[in-house]
Design a protein around this ligand. Structure first.
Ligand code: SF4
Ligand code: SF4
Ligand code: F3S
Length: 359
């Protein structure tokens, strides 16, 4: 197996076997058939490293930290071998005019071919004046570069939905990338920050097949956002048995019981934390003893109530199924979050027979 990318990996001590295993893992994370691992290996090995331009808008650098805080040779660490990262202010050595020249050259040399990554929301208030790079508003820069990109990756909840900068009262008029760009393929990778390997897998898919992976109705890769945290949570058996921690230091908490009553938003949050985990598969919020905040859902910050239980049955198997059995439509008030969360909650509970979450 030969090619620029494989040579780069080999130069970092990755064996052919390790490379194949890496590709098989990516294929499996993307829910592709086993044969796709081999196809991905061949495509990636031969791939010319595509140009990537990464624009930081109204962000906290958490998304960049998430991607870069990796330990080689993990999957996350290999992202920079798969692409030619031609512009990324936080990581690039160049600064000032040199950086701006690098950006202009990358766009000129790769028109219609580069991947545009954006982290942070887009300020629209005062014609975008709240957030500028080199005297140019984020809004203007996005409008200028988007038409030349092959596709756009909105990295993190800020770029995907507006995120924390959009939180009430949204003084900068923050919006999502998809609110501005309407005529390019956009993949949203929400999370505050998002899981690094999701980004790597999306890139690998793009390099292998020349297109973005299958997306859901919110523009997220289905393979990673197709299920709720609750669907895959290892504490789920306790939820089903009605065993809940009541405080963060009671016996239930020490026994690893469900964190629903301590405000866990796992039942209405779509993300892969429960099975992909963080930091080289080390842990994730719920495994660390804290409920999910719902950070990958739209408007999670305004929804708040991080330590208040969702207004839905703590134990649907005990409270909802009997109601459904007697033909009574269970009325469950979901007061937390907006319509998208209600829809998410509906899906999470439809197997338990909840007929109408809107009541
Ligand atoms: Fe920071 Fe979260 Fe926004 Fe990423 S999504 S830039 S981590 S606030
Ligand atoms: Fe896990 Fe939270 Fe669901 Fe409990 S409510 S099972 S802690 S995701
Ligand atoms: Fe965010 Fe919940 Fe995962 S808070 S990091 S989506 S467990």
């Amino acid at each position: 197996m030969q090619g620029p990318l494989f040579d780069s990996f080999a130069g970092r001590g990755l064996s052919r076997r390790g490379f194949l295993k890496y590709c098989a893992t990516l294929a499996s994370l993307l829910a592709l058939p086993p044969s796709a691992g081999r196809a991905m290996a061949e495509a990636l090995a031969a791939a010319r490293r595509p140009s990537v331009i990464w624009l930081p808008f109204q962000e906290c650098t958490g998304c960049t930290e998430s991607i870069t805080r990796s330990h080689t040779p993990t999957i996350e660490g290999m992202i920079f071998d798969m692409v030619s990262l031609d512009y990324q202010e936080t990581l690039m050595a160049a600064a000032g005019h040199q950086a701006e020249q690098a950006l202009a050259k990358a766009v000129e040399d790769n028109k219609g071919k580069f991947l545009l990554i954006v982290d942070g929301s887009v300020a629209t208030g005062l014609e975008g004046a709240y957030s500028c790079i080199a005297g140019k508003t984020n809004l203007a820069l996005l409008k200028e570069l988007a038409p030349h990109a092959a596709a756009i990756v909105a990295m993190g909840s800020c770029a995907s939905y507006g995120g924390i900068p959009k939180a009430n009262p949204n003084p900068t008029g923050a919006v999502a990338v998809s609110d501005i760009v309407k005529d390019k393929p956009i993949v949203n990778i929400p999370g505050c920050p998002p899981i690094p390997v999701v980004m790597t897998a999306v890139l690998a898919h793009f390099l292998t097949f020349g297109r973005l992976p299958e997306l859901d109705r919110l523009g997220r890769p289905k393979a990673f956002y197709g299920e709720t945290i609750h669907d895959r949570c290892y504490r789920r058996p306790f939820y089903d048995q009605g065993k809940f921690a009541k405080t963060f230091d009671d016996e239930g908490a020490r026994n690893g019981w469900c964190l629903f009553e301590l405000g866990c938003k796992g039942p209405v949050t779509y993300n892969a934390c429960a099975h992909v985990k963080w930091n080289d598969h080390t842990s994730w919020p719920v495994e660390s003893g804290h409920g999910c905040l719902g950070c990958s859902e739209p408007d999670f910050w305004d929804a708040g109530s991080f330590y208040k239980a969702l207004s839905m049955p703590a134990n649907p198997l005990k409270t909802v199924v009997p109601a459904a059995a007697v033909g009574v439509a269970a009325g469950v008030a979901v007061t937390w979050y907006n319509r998208s969360h209600k829809a998410a909650a509906r899906k999470a509970h439809e197997t338990a027979g909840v007929a109408d979450l809107e009541k």
